[in-house]
Design a protein around this ligand. Sequence first.
Ligand SMILES: *[C@@H]1O[C@H](CO)[C@@H](O)[C@H](O)[C@H]1NC(C)=O
Ligand SMILES: *[C@@H]1O[C@H](CO)[C@@H](O)[C@H](O)[C@H]1NC(C)=O
Length: 201
Amino acid sequence: MAALHTLWMALVLLGALGGLQTRAEVQVSVQPHFQQDKGPGQLGGGRSPQFLGRWFTLGLASNSSWFREKKAALYMCKSVVAPAADGGLNLTNTFLRKDQCETRTLLLRPAGPPGSYSYTSPHWGSRHDVWVVDTDYDEYALLCTSGTKGLGQDVHMASLYSRTQSPRAEVKEKFTAFARAQGFTEDAIVFLPRNGMGLLV
Ligand SMILES: *[C@@H]1O[C@H](CO)[C@@H](O)[C@H](O)[C@H]1NC(C)=O
Ligand SMILES: *[C@@H]1O[C@H](CO)[C@@H](O)[C@H](O)[C@H]1NC(C)=O
């Protein structure tokens, strides 16, 4: 009986460790009491924060080779977050590419505690996990993405979302500290310059 119990414990531990390893080698947490949308109980009266709405992606840090090559040519992008039918998010990014405005939609499925999502990249066919690690809803949000891209390479990304195109210096410092804590070196952390064309709407 004792032996069986030990075996069972060993399996549980193995399972738990295996789970941790596949989920992420990256240490991330999710914004406590994450508010995706206002919710029915909060209409009328008081401040009701929500993650939905318009953001600008102002900062990126990534260890993908694509990012290393392209980071100098990237511009700020507009990200509109709308609710999706499955309780997840419809994330529409508008960005500038070869002097043209392009729009891409990502459907983020709910995955675990509120503020955790996953999506399958239409381009690479790979699965990505996304966490809203920290947000005050009104000014900034810090997100983490991890997944496999291309030749089975694990990539890890940190993003800064801002409600305005010119955030306060404190917000930028917060992102730099966040990205450093995720293990990114200075040269992998980029603040994206503004280019009016992609952001007129
Ligand atoms: C996501 O949002 C875009 C832009 O509003 C819309 O065109 C698209 O149909 C939406 N997709 C889904 C599956 O909701
Ligand atoms: C990117 O960082 C993650 C997390 O630290 C690591 O597991 C992965 O191997 C890194 N990938 C590359 C291409 O350096």
